[in-house]
Design a protein around this ligand. Structure first.
Ligand code: AVJ
Ligand code: FE
Length: 437
């Protein structure tokens, strides 16, 4: 891409992203921005200034080589130095000061953008550092959206309802045995943990054509799934007991049925939407109850990217094109998962639906580096989280921006977490004879 065109694209992405940040914070009053709505979340005003501080560190100081704007606040907004539970008691910038700081940093970034040459230095090649900062802000926008879902008080967010289902999608899809290319070495703004591309050979498997719905999940609850240790792993059962889990987060009984809470408003549970706000252990238990299992990360990605006609891995289930509103429920447009079957244009060639958008999907895989992984540009983005502690989630949610979501994108969280917009789909091994087509 010629420099001028890349410059315009970066400017547009930065501006679009900042508008989202403003939507999530402008309508919230000062006290509410400073308050901690949950000990596992930051006060919104911390996210706000942290976004500006990362932009200052990477773009103003590293790429631009300019003098610090506010060297004195670096420690306050360092996520590794300040555990979330302690953040409300820090001397944080009040909202007006945080907003002014973000504006100052952004002005310098636009000035820098006018002058920068996108040469081969790894941080600037293809505008990588700018892309990383866009994705970072978008990731915090999703985190702030999760904070909105946890906060109590007058609702401040409104959005149009999601599109109706085109037609119901049910059943499973057989993915034939064979190799596919996982990860990427060429997507310019792909983050370190998505790299490098490598061949993975998978035996045949079946994967659900759609995410597990509220109706499906409600049947597991009604069948006593939360009271039967048979379906739960040892760690899962211990957590279910300790945390007293009885249903997804934000559900409550409503007469004979269920209601759920979305951004401060209660309504009757809709059976035809993907289930959301379940932890890994709940997903794992549901899958066992259904006689299935969670897909591995590789199984998820092959279902999402592998094109049987060419054998090539594509950027998205529908091809290489960026997502549009016809493909997937992304970008906080609807503020809730769309019904199962709402995105026929977003299906993969094998007929797997809603892999991108709607809900993050838990996979069975721990978060580790691909063969040949190299931390870039900093170990604290991914590498320090590698190991058996975290589980990978794929595909993005209604709260994820298209800039921070693609067939190779990897998210991760602790298996007990469910404040994120997390759901899942199931997979299984073929029965004898089933894989022969
Ligand atoms: C990739 C969503 C797990 O929020 O902890 C934000 C993204 N990294 N700032 C997180 C991130 C640094 C990260 N996740
Ligand atoms: Fe961050």
């Amino acid at each position: 891409m010629p420099d001028a065109q890349l410059r315009d694209r970066i400017a547009a992405e930065l501006t679009r992203t900042r508008q989202r940040t403003a939507l999530l914070t402008d309508a919230v009053d000062t006290d509410d921005l400073m308050r901690q709505h949950s000990t596992i979340m930051s006060p919104l005003v911390w996210d706000l200034a942290h976004v500006g501080n990362q932009e200052e560190l990477w773009l103003v100081r590293d790429v631009g080589g300019r003098e610090p704007v506010r060297h004195d606040i670096d420690d306050l907004y360092d996520a590794f130095k300040q555990p979330r539970r302690d953040r409300p008691s820090l001397p944080l910038l009040p909202p007006a000061e945080a907003r002014a700081y973000l504006r100052t940093v952004r002005d310098k970034v636009f000035d820098l953008l006018d002058r920068v040459r996108f040469d081969e230095r790894p941080l600037v090649a293809d505008g990588f550092a700018f892309g990383m900062i866009v994705q970072h802000e978008q990731q915090h926008d999703e985190t702030m959206l999760a904070t909105h879902q946890l906060r109590v008080g007058r609702p401040v967010l409104g959005a149009p309802p999601p599109p109706p289902a085109d037609r119901p999608v049910t059943g499973e899809v057989l993915v034939p045995a064979g190799p596919f290319e996982m990860g990427t070495s060429t997507d310019p703004w792909a983050l370190d943990n998505e790299r490098p591309a490598h061949r993975v050979h998978l035996p045949a498997y079946l994967i659900d054509a759609a995410p597990v719905s509220n109706g499906d999940y409600r049947a597991f609850v009604a069948d006593g799934g939360y009271d039967d240790p048979r379906w739960w792993s040892d760690a899962g059962w211990a957590h279910r007991q300790a945390a007293g889990l009885t249903a997804p987060m934000h559900w409550r009984r409503d007469g004979d049925g269920w209601a759920y809470q979305r951004f401060g408003r209660w309504s009757p549970l809709r059976d035809d939407e993907p289930v959301v706000h379940v932890c890994y252990f709940e997903a794992e238990a549901y899958a066992a109850w259904a006689g299935k299992r969670l897909p591995t990360e590789a199984e998820w990605e092959k279902a999402a990217r592998w094109d049987p006609a060419t054998g090539r891995s594509r950027r998205h289930p529908w091809g290489d094109a960026d997502p549009t509103p016809a493909h997937a429920n992304l970008g906080q447009r609807h503020l809730w998962p769309a019904p199962i079957g709402a995105y026929p244009a977003g299906a993969s060639p094998l007929g797997v639906h809603q892999l991108i958008g709607d809900v993050w999907e838990w996979t069975a895989s721990p978060f580790t580096g691909y063969p040949g992984f190299a931390a870039f540009p900093y170990r604290e983005y991914s590498e320090v989280f590698f190991g058996d502690t975290y589980r990978v989630l794929r595909g993005g949610s209604f709260g994820t921006d298209r800039a921070a979501c693609r067939g190779t994108f990897r998210n991760w969280d602790l298996p007990i977490r469910r404040q994120i917009f997390s759901g899942f789909r199931c997979a299984r091994d073929p029965r004898p004879g089933e894989a022969d087509g």
